[in-house]
Design a protein around this ligand. Structure first.
Ligand code: T3D
Length: 267
């Protein structure tokens, strides 16, 4: 039997999804996309899961689109039209980006090695990016005559500003994990040996938090980027109305008043 393309493991409330094509630095094939979508949807539907970790097997995190995958292979027939990459985006990368950013729980990218092209932007779609010091980020698209995808055009300027976004996207240089943290592209760069423990500690911490409110926070921040100020404040009010009626809010206040630790359970 062949190896699964995405390994799924559960430790308590943390679900870890490991891209598992190490021989190609976990580059995306349509088959791996399908398995990742299935695994993310299963984690989203499982009310016991309170945090998802996305990582890669072997020495890479993800090298973006597998440039040898049949989905983008050129038809050798003379005059055959080139493959429609836009369709690949619509069918695979858009669903992936939207799924990651609408998960009902926090998502951590544990970037264990190089993250290139759509692999880098898949990581940047996660709520926290924790990278090993030896890892790197490459907006590799320009090198093959493309533009950043998997949400890159939207994410990059918001994360690091227009000047740096353009520099990263146009030059396609390798950015070290340390520099990525320094410019605010990622949350944290840690020593290679500490990656697993650091991600686990963050994941365990998030699991004890009101994850429904955390997912709503992500959504509110993203939505607010597109709103006038007063509309963002109205959206905050609507969210507080909803969350204020939920168990986690009542539990948080009750725990504070009783000087005890809260036990959050909403999903
Ligand atoms: O059609 C479309 O392109 C649609 C667009 C989709 C969005 C994208 O993601 S576009 C960007 C696609 N990705 C890239 O252009 C990155 C290509 N890879 C690299 O530039 C380098 O591999 C890295 C900088 C990521 C790492 O370099 P290095 O020296 O550490 O490793 P390597 O030797 O280049 O790669 C190791 C193996 O993985 C190698 O296979 P081999 O020779 O040992 O059998 C290499 O061919 C394979 N590999 C790496 N990246 C890809 C890949 N195979 C297929 N597709 C890849 N993207």
């Amino acid at each position: 039997m062949s190896e699964p393309l995405v390994l799924v493991t559960r430790h308590g409330a943390v679900c870890t999804l490991t891209l598992n094509r190490p021989q190609s630095l976990n580059a995306f094939t349509t088959a791996m996309h399908a398995d990742l979508r299935t695994a993310l949807s299963a984690a989203a539907a499982d009310r016991q899961v309170r945090c998802v970790v996305l990582t890669g097997a072997g020495r890479g995190f993800c090298a973006g689109q597998d440039l040898s995958d049949a989905a983008i292979a050129r038809d050798a027939t003379p005059d055959a039209p080139p493959p429609d990459i836009g369709r690949l985006i619509a069918e695979h990368y858009k669903p992936l980006a939207l799924r990651l950013r609408s998960m009902p729980v926090p998502v951590i990218a544990a970037v264990n090695g190089v993250a290139a092209g759509a692999g880098a932007n898949a990581a940047l779609n996660c709520d926290f990016v924790v990278a090993a010091r030896s890892a790197s980020f490459i907006q590799a698209f320009a090198k093959i005559g493309l533009v950043p995808d998997c949400g890159g055009t939207w994410l990059l300027p918001r994360l690091v500003g227009r000047a740096r976004a353009l520099g990263l996207a146009m030059l396609g240089d390798k950015l070290s994990a340390e520099e990525a943290q320094r410019i605010g592209l990622i949350w944290q760069c840690v020593d290679d040996a500490a990656l697993h423990a650091s991600v686990d500690a963050l994941a365990q911490r998030l699991c004890t938090m009101p994850v429904q409110a955390l997912a709503a926070t992500r959504r509110a921040l993203d939505d607010a980027m597109l709103m006038p100020y007063d509309a963002a404040i109205d959206a905050e009010a609507a969210l507080q109305s909803r969350l204020g009626r939920e168990h986690d809010h009542l539990e948080g206040v009750a725990a504070f008043m009783a000087k005890r630790s809260p036990v959050f359970s909403d999903r």
